[in-house]
Design a protein around this ligand. Structure first.
Ligand code: G3H
Length: 247
């Protein structure tokens, strides 16, 4: 198995989150993009304001590395209009895959219509530009029943509105990697959450993200059926090593 083809190498910290100046953080992002080019990962995930930089570096290196970005990250509470505008800008800057954070807070209070609308319109926008869409559900913020319901909701919106050959291009994604739980509980891609997603999102593919730190974890996720793994430890995982956790 070529694990690198499953790995979305991810750096989503803002300068403030990284405790760095803007210039220092951009230097880190540059290094991350360069590393992903050299390692032959499938895709690099960066914040929207770094998509242009990634595109320039990838074109210059004549690399096939794809670029993904995150929309309404990490809370997902922006209006649909704001999400579409952010995605539109990322498309203009050269993005290949758009990872939208679902408005899971709206979902939790019963506003499923809003989530259905954003999934429909956000996916439509991605498809109009031949891009992949992913919907982050933030499993740590949800009960098991809610994980099941929102995975099925996304699946049903896609099945009702798009042709079968589009299904591989819409993912249900577990986590932002930035959610903070009380008592420091795991905030990312746990095996039980991934299994519930796989069972209820199918035929849509699942992306596991958040807290994946070892080759063994990644391999087990793939064995379970995930098609993509988003991790800030892609290089260490690809080299069969274990990175320190960030929960
Ligand atoms: O979208 C991907 C996540 O931000 C990656 O999370 P991580 O930093 O815990 O690997």
């Amino acid at each position: 198995m070529n694990i690198k083809q499953y790995l979305d190498s991810t750096y989503l910290k803002t300068a403030i989150q990284a405790g760095l100046s803007e210039t220092e953080n951009t230097t880190i992002v540059r290094g991350f993009i360069q590393e992903a080019i050299e390692e032959g990962f499938k895709l690099i995930m960066v914040r929207p304001d770094k998509v242009k930089l990634a595109k320039e570096m990838i074109v210059k290196a004549n690399s096939k590395l794809l670029i993904g970005t995150v929309i309404s990250f990490p809370e997902g509470t922006n209006s649909i209009e704001a999400k579409l505008a952010e995605a539109q800008q990322a498309i203009q800057d050269g993005v290949d895959e758009i990872d939208y954070v679902c408005n899971y807070e709206a979902f939790k209070v019963g506003n499923t219509e809003l989530v259905k609308s954003e999934v429909l319109l956000g996916t439509k926008l991605a498809f109009e530009h031949h891009k992949v869409a992913k919907w982050i559900i933030e499993v740590a913020a949800l009960t098991d029943a809610q994980i099941i319901q929102i995975s099925a909701l996304i699946k049903n919106v896609i099945i009702a509105n798009f042709k079968e050959d589009c299904y591989p291009n819409v993912f249900v994604k577990s986590s932002t990697g930035f959610y903070k739980t009380e008592n420091n509980l795991p905030n990312g891609a746990t095996f039980p959450a991934i299994i519930m997603m796989l069972e209820n999102a199918s035929p849509l593919p699942v992306k596991a993200a958040g807290g994946v730190r070892t080759y063994e974890e990644a391999e087990e996720m793939i064995r379970l059926g995930v098609k993509r793994i988003g991790t800030s430890a892609a290089k260490t995982i690809a080299h069969g090593e274990t990175a320190s956790g960030n929960y």
